[in-house]
Design a protein around this ligand. Structure first.
Ligand code: ALL
Length: 324
């Protein structure tokens, strides 16, 4: 009797061990394979990992994703997470680890740093989780080094920034001194926007007298722009890589009594800049349709989870928005 019981107990234990191994087994098509459809029991759980929720851009993104999930509640569950501070890269890495521990089926992520997130995302992919990169592209060199393929969904930031700057220069004279306020230096989209600004400014013969980062943050941009106008009192325009920083720039100009004298442009088209656009305190921005960005990523993830072929990168729209 006792021996029969022991045999049964050992047999069930073996079954449990086998089941766990199956659940955690990595995809079989080699490292970085994204076309494998992981087995999903019940509705898939998709984690959306964003950056600073203090930035309206990401709230809009989250709301868009939630609306999509509610309209497709029979198809998937959504867990949306963000960090408090734009540059808190280690917190974002922890979030990915937490989502892995919770056993999500897919991760849709806007990385705060294009290089530093690659390692943890590789671990996620190795564990069989579908990973989709949105908004800010991961560094291609680092991905290639690690043998990783992750589909990217997002706009051409260089093109968007160029459009904004081309509009601005129509209101300036060749040789006018201008300055750039850059996003986080470790973010690929920040680098692309800087390049787009520079291209249009140089082509129109503007003089770039300063280019500094304010890490996407309003308060930092306020400080940076105060310094710029003290050092270059003849400044004619400030090009900001996002709207949060454009708001900081406007605050600095207002405090210095230079509003109107120095033109400001941004990027994102958040609702907080709408009044300033009307008043011409910010003359242009770029709309990258934050409400749709995560949704595109979620749709990609659902396709892969359903065993459809892995989609290639997807370029999403970015449009110039001018003073109405
Ligand atoms: C970028 C976005 C936005 C945003 C910024 C701040 O990735 O594209 O322009 O303002 O993150 O984190």
């Amino acid at each position: 009797m006792l021996s029969r019981f022991i045999t049964l107990a050992v047999a069930s234990l073996m079954l449990v061990i086998c089941a766990c191994e199956r659940a955690t087994a990595p995809p079989t098509e080699g490292e970085g394979a994204v076309s494998v459809a992981p087995e999903v029991a019940g509705k898939p759980r998709i984690a959306l990992i964003m950056k600073s929720l203090a930035n309206e851009f990401f709230l809009t993104m989250e709301n868009g994703a939630r609306a999509h999930q509610q309209a497709h509640a029979d198809q998937y569950e959504l867990i949306a997470q963000g960090i408090k501070d734009e540059t808190d890269v280690s917190r974002q890495i922890q979030l990915v680890e937490q989502m892995m521990a919770q056993g999500v089926n897919a991760l849709v992520i806007a990385p705060a740093d294009s290089k530093a997130l690659v390692s943890v995302l590789k671990r996620a992919q190795d564990a069989g989780i579908v990973v989709i990169n949105i908004d800010n592209k991961l560094d291609e060199g680092v991905l290639a080094e690690r043998g990783l393929k992750i589909p990217f969904v997002g706009p051409d930031n260089r093109k968007g920034a160029r459009q904004v700057a081309e509009y601005l220069v129509q209101q300036l004279k060749p040789g006018d001194p201008v300055a750039i306020v850059e996003g986080a230096p470790n973010a690929y989209n920040a680098m692309q926007r800087k390049l787009g600004f520079e291209e249009a400014l140089t082509a129109a013969g503007m003089k770039i007298v300063s280019s500094q980062t304010a890490n996407w943050e309003m308060a930092q941009a306020n400080q940076v722009v105060s310094g710029m106008i003290t050092e270059h009192p003849e400044l004619k325009a400030v090009l900001c890589a996002n709207d949060s920083m454009a708001l900081g720039a406007v605050a600095a100009l207002r405090a210095a009594g230079k509003l109107g004298e120095v033109k400001v442009v941004g990027f994102d088209n958040i609702s907080a800049v709408q009044d300033l656009l009307k008043q011409g305190e910010i003359i242009a921005t770029a709309d990258q349709h934050a409400d749709q960005l995560a949704v595109f990523g979620i749709k990609f993830a659902l396709d892969i989870l359903a065993g459809k072929q892995a989609p290639a990168d997807k370029e999403t729209p970015v449009d110039l928005v001018r003073k109405p």
